[in-house]
Design a protein around this ligand. Sequence first.
Ligand code: FAD
Length: 558
Amino acid sequence: MIDHDVLVIGGGLSGLRAALEAKFSGADVAIISKVYPIRSHSGAAQGGINASLGSDDSWKAHALDTVKGSDYLADQDTVEILCREAPERVIEMENWGTNFSRKDDGTIAQRPFGGAGFPRTCYAGDRTGHNLLHTLYEQVLKNKIKVYSEWLVTKLLVENGKCAGSVALNTANSEMDAFRAKATILATGGYGRIYQRSTNAIINRGSGIALAYMAGVPLQDMEFVQFHPTTLWDTNILITEGARGEGGYLYNKDHERFMANYAADAMELAPRDIVARAIQTEIDERRGFPGGYVQLDITHLGKEKINKRLPGIRQISIDFAGIDPVQEPIPVQPGQHYSMGGVSSNKDGETPLPGLYAVGECACISVHGANRLGGNSLLDTVVFGKRAGGAAAEYVKTVENQADEILIDALKNEQQRIEEMMGEGGENFAELRDELRAIMQEYVGVFRNREKLEHAVEAIRELKERGKELRVKNNSSVFNFELMNAIELKGMLELGHVIALGALVREESRGAHYRTDFPERDDENWLKHTLACFKPKGPELDYREVTIDRFQPERRAY
Ligand SMILES: Cc1cc2nc3c(=O)[nH]c(=O)nc-3n(C[C@H](O)[C@H](O)[C@H](O)COP(=O)(O)OP(=O)(O)OC[C@H]3O[C@@H](n4cnc5c(N)ncnc54)[C@H](O)[C@@H]3O)c2cc1C
């Protein structure tokens, strides 16, 4: 058995920042991650991180943009924390060594992003996440924080109403062990790969969100799934919003800048939900190009600016589409990108289960509401990562460790469960996974309606039944990817069920959740958060009020 005061599950930005703060606060802390930390998906973030740095901007303006972008579903007390603490966190990252792009006077450069009334997004070329992740990992090494790399956590242990630790599989040799921790921080990222078309890495399977759900912790606002408007056609690699921030135009096949018909003032810099729907409408109404895409044109920015501000985008377009954006427009289509919902957590990352915290994309601290603004997620990881690490370090001073036997029993039970998944015959993970992804893409996508969602809920129920017969044929103990996939698929099916059911029941359109049969926002009935609790028969839904203090809901117009 392995023992730490605080165990952080996840080595992305939120996990690293949480671990650092727990360490600074005096706790014995370790990080466990299924991939080496700097391979976490945070490293793929391109566009930037928001903070009101200049004297002509303010945290209040940032908060208003965030709340409006969220379609008034974000909790305004947590948004205030996000925006107030942003400048300090960004400057801290700069002081730790992040290589931000600069203005001529040497201060951090900022670019415009969708839904923001001010150029507020700090960036490091178009490799911001990579820079931030390496900066934090250096700090983790410097502070000698223990990292268990290539371990997959398969279960959270709940004892006496508290989270007492977890069980994990060492993917290098398939051995399992119990991790005792007085506090556990989930920082496991998003679930993008339950969709067929996603910008997310294949490791983003939402297993941490599923772990919390299966441990009895409610999931919040899961029906709100962000579709990024501009992913590279076919491969769905992200083409950052920074490309539009730098002045890119969107064209349909008739060479119309069609955003004029959807957001005449903001044009290409309208929030993501609006631009994604606009592009999908152009494609659905046959004004897209054959194969289903529109064009993102940055040729007019010129080679020098593209090389300086968007070098990664240029290289991705050349490598994956055979197109040099210096000369030709980039073919783009919407793709799943971000999970606004997640493990229900408060301003310090505390979940309703004592001893369990959640931060980053796996959490719903409710700063993004129904639609996240670009640049606010990287910010979310460092602001709330810090807070959760500090809170967990304080919490561990107040609790005793659970007895050895409890963890040893949990380990044995988990070993047996996984042993039972091994064998010939039965269902194959890849078939079930592909069917799930196709269902989510087709029926729980950018545009939803009752018929589609009822079909999705029923089809996912059937997949879950078939999932009981899932068998892993590969017996290898060394990096058994079939086993890892099978373990995580069970969680993916649960998340798909929660998302589809939440979307079916929410009869309105708000942010990224758009119902063609209920196209208006309905504040009277639906200005509330959805909570989904695990029950063996399927998710049980409940609702919670939205915290509104500073900004009263208004109609969103851009
Ligand atoms: C292509 C792309 C570009 C983006 N660009 C931007 C941007 O410019 N600005 C912005 O604000 N946001 C951006 N985002 C969103 C942002 O990058 C992410 O939301 C954020 O980085 C998530 O960080 P995280 O720490 O929550 O999770 P991640 O970085 O995804 O890390 C998750 C960690 O959890 C570990 N893990 C998961 N499950 C388990 C398990 N069961 N056991 C053990 N370990 C586990 C993984 O190994 C990994 O270390 C972008 C997202 C994508 C996909």
